[in-house]
Design a protein. Structure first.
Length: 361
């Protein structure tokens, strides 16, 4: 990882990617996104100060600069989200990971670094106590050696006398001087560290002010994103409606495809029929000649039919005349029969008269 760290002595020991959030300073409940997208989050180890920090940078902006202390606790609030409180930065950091496995690795590393920070703190306190004890012993023994020097003479004089007690005091005095010098160098080192911490705090204060200034900007961005989200939801609904229409069109296309297959089948049948008609068309000339002869015959038949129709009309006229004649004949016959009946009645009466006359005679 290539990271522009403010202290060249710090080295990354663990790196991952996550979405960074900070607790809203006004409500202390809502999360405010500190990065637009997933960024690199790294554990750094300072070998000189024997300290650990979590650092994350988004572009040129430092969004996490948290020194791990033994009293910190990393809490998993969901399968992919974890948080920890930093009292020095006066905020709570939250990280959203792509998977639960990455969150577990980060939490395990946090616990490991926390224990290492606790161990480093204990060792530092032991060194301070040891340095303080050496300083006190130096303060107590220096006057005695001075008194010994004033009583017994200078160191050269003690060496010339060669007393064992003086030699022992001299070695102890040298040790105390060395411890005092080492303590002075440690004081200078701590002063340097303190100055570095002051500079770091100044940078963090500047970054915090920049973060506070950018909160309003992020709020506006959030509102814009919310409006854009609403617009996208509307577009999604429109697209869903369009998808429904597309599905309907697909069903129509499927029906049209089936209809097209049916028409293709019918077309094949028609082509077969057309082929048969073509074959039959080859015998059309013969049929035409036959048709001409049939036409001639038909014309002759029509002529005969006309003659026959004329004869039928004549016959019908004759039949009508015969019917009229028959009607007249029937009428005449009826009149004749009536006359005949009258005559028969007269003859019958005449016969009866004759019979009566014969009986009388």
């Amino acid at each position: 990882i290539h990271f522009s760290c403010p202290y060249s002595r710090e080295q990354p020991i663990f790196t991952t990617r996550a979405h960074v959030f900070q607790i809203d300073p006004s409500t202390k409940k809502n999360w405010v996104p500190a990065s637009k997208q997933a960024v690199t989050v790294s554990y750094f180890y300072d070998s000189t100060r024997n300290s650990y920090r979590i650092i994350s940078v988004d572009g040129a902006k430092v969004i996490i600069n948290s020194t791990i202390t033994p009293n910190m606790t990393f809490t998993k609030t969901s399968q992919k989200f974890g948080q920890w409180a930093d009292s020095r930065a006066n905020t709570v950091f939250g990280l959203g990971f792509p998977s639960e496995q990455q969150l577990t690795k980060f939490a395990e590393k946090f616990q490991e670094v926390k224990e290492a920070a606790k161990l480093a703190r204990d060792r530092s306190q032991e060194k301070i106590e040891t340095s303080s004890n050496h300083s006190q012993e130096s303060g107590r023994e220096t006057p005695s050696s001075t008194r010994a020097s004033s009583v017994n003479g200078t160191d050269d004089e003690k060496a010339s006398h060669g007393g064992p007690a003086e030699a022992h005091l001299k070695s102890e005095n040298d040790k105390l001087k060395f411890a005092l010098a080492q303590s002075s160098s440690n004081v200078k080192k701590w002063e340097t560290e303190l100055q570095s911490l002051r500079e770091s705090n100044a940078r963090l204060s500047t970054a915090l002010q920049e973060s506070a200034a950018s909160i309003e900007h992020w709020k506006k961005q959030f509102s814009a994103c919310k409006e854009e989200n609403d617009q996208l939801r509307g577009k999604i609904e429109e697209l869903e409606e369009q998808c429904n229409e597309v599905n309907k069109e697909k069903e129509r296309n499927a029906q049209l495809s089936r209809r097209l297959q049916e028409l293709e089948t019918e077309l094949q049948d028609k082509e077969l029929e057309l082929e048969e008609l073509r074959k039959q068309g080859e015998i059309i000339p013969e049929l035409m000649s036959e048709c001409e002869s049939v036409s001639e015959q038909l014309q002759a038949a029509e002529k005969k039919n006309k003659d026959l129709e004329e004869k039928v009309r004549t016959l019908r006229t004759e039949v009508e005349e015969n019917k009229h004649r028959q009607t007249n004949l029937k009428t005449e016959l009826k009149n004749f029969l009536d006359v005949l009946d009258g005559k028969i009645d007269e003859l019958h009466d005449f016969r009866q008269g004759l019979s009566k006359l014969g009986v009388d005679n």
